[in-house]
Ligand binder design. Structure first.
Ligand code: SAM
Length: 346
């Protein structure tokens, strides 16, 4: 195992079989996490990127079996911010010192291209980078947001196991999602993707395939989240909560894609009281504090426990203190991939 970790650290290449061995191994996890931490240090340096997350609507036309805001969850209390509220959330984040906002929502058809263009343009006037995480769109829509100034787009592939995807995301097409990622990259966005880990029926082999897929699409950011079952979904009784497997997948992603941005995800913090710091010490370099106003944030219930973790968040998230106390620094840039060449800012 140590030889494989060394190989990954030095060459940033592993075969699928080698990734599977490391994902299955339980005895050298701390060596794996340290190697990922060292690669992060070498390629990115000690800066942690903070991105302000605004969850602006929980209306969704999709029906993903794992997700608390799925269309058929009649118990979900729906909300959407007005364009003006979204812009003022972003301005508050800017005043609190953020350099990037992430606008996330369910697939809410109320937000037409025209509405989104105006929102993006208004936020861009602050000088902040704008990341969108609003699901599957057409080429024309992605192009319009990009022309309006959007810099990054996050769309997790969720799993590269097509059969599993089609079972858990009824009515959706894996090929279409993969094609969206291709379009996003072609349009010059920074491309964010990622996976859920611990889905019922998900194999270690497919998780290894996910990591190779991230390399293949040349993702600029990868978010890996443990799946946490939500009581009001068809997967209420699934096991999920695969914290350490998620951490291992994240560490391997750092070893194989050494210079990308990797968030310490909220779902990790939900499953472990120090989850985000553990992730930051195992390859991650991004944190996305939730700056959505409390009355909306508690309704964006993708999975249980999320609201409690993000209740700690505010423009001055206590994670910032934890980061500084751990000897890391807070980035003063917008954190685009490639701003660092081997740990030094360009
Ligand atoms: N609608 C957009 C999309 O499809 O990309 C963005 C919003 S979607 C709710 C954001 C992410 O939440 C999904 O990509 C999924 O990985 C994650 N998620 C949903 N349900 C979850 C659960 N039960 N546990 C952990 N993460 C979950």
């Amino acid at each position: 195992m140590l030889d494989l970790i060394k190989k990954a650290k030095e060459t940033h290449c592993l075969s699928k079989e080698e990734i599977i061995l490391l994902l299955k191994d339980e005895t050298h996890t701390s060596d794996l996490f340290s190697a990922a931490d060292e690669v992060r240090k070498e390629f990115i340096g000690s800066d942690v990127e903070l991105r302000a997350l605004i969850e602006f609507s929980n209306y969704c036309r999709n029906n993903c079996c794992y997700c608390g805001i799925r269309r058929d969850n009649r118990n979900a209390q729906r909300y959407r911010l007005s364009s003006q509220e979204i812009i003022s959330h972003a301005r508050m984040a800017f005043e609190a010192g953020y350099k990037t906002v992430v606008l996330q929502s369910g697939e809410d058809v109320y937000f037409t291209t025209e509405r989104l263009e105006k929102i993006i343009q208004a936020i861009k006037e602050t000088g902040m980078a704008v990341t969108l995480s609003i699901g599957e769109k057409t080429y024309e829509e992605y192009k319009a947001y990009r022309d309006a100034g959007a810099d990054r787009y996050l769309l997790r592939i969720e799993t590269t196991d097509r059969n599993l995807y089609h079972r858990l995301d009824p009515g959706m097409s894996w090929d279409n999602r993969a094609n969206c990622l291709k379009i996003i990259k072609e349009l010059g966005y920074e491309l964010g993707s990622g996976s859920l880990v611990g889905l019922p029926g998900q194999s270690i082999e497919s998780i290894a395939g996910d990591i190779l897929f991230f390399k293949e699409i040349d993702a600029d950011m990868i978010g890996i989240g443990p799946f946490i079952p939500h009581a009001q979904t068809p997967l209420a009784n699934a096991e999920g909560k695969a914290f350490f497997l998620s951490l291992k997948m994240m560490a391997l992603t750092r070893l194989l894609l050494p210079d990308i941005n990797i968030p310490a995800t909220t779902a990790m913090e939900v499953l472990h009281p120090n989850g985000r710091m553990l992730a930051l010490n195992s390859g991650a370099n991004v944190v996305m504090p939730n700056v959505t106003q409390e009355q909306y944030r508690r309704l964006y219930q993708l999975y249980p426990g999320k609201t409690e973790v993000s209740a700690k968040d505010c423009p001055t998230d206590p994670i910032v203190d934890q980061i500084l106390r751990s000897g890391r620094t807070i980035s003063s840039t917008k954190g685009f991939r490639g701003e660092y060449i081997k740990g030094e800012k360009t």
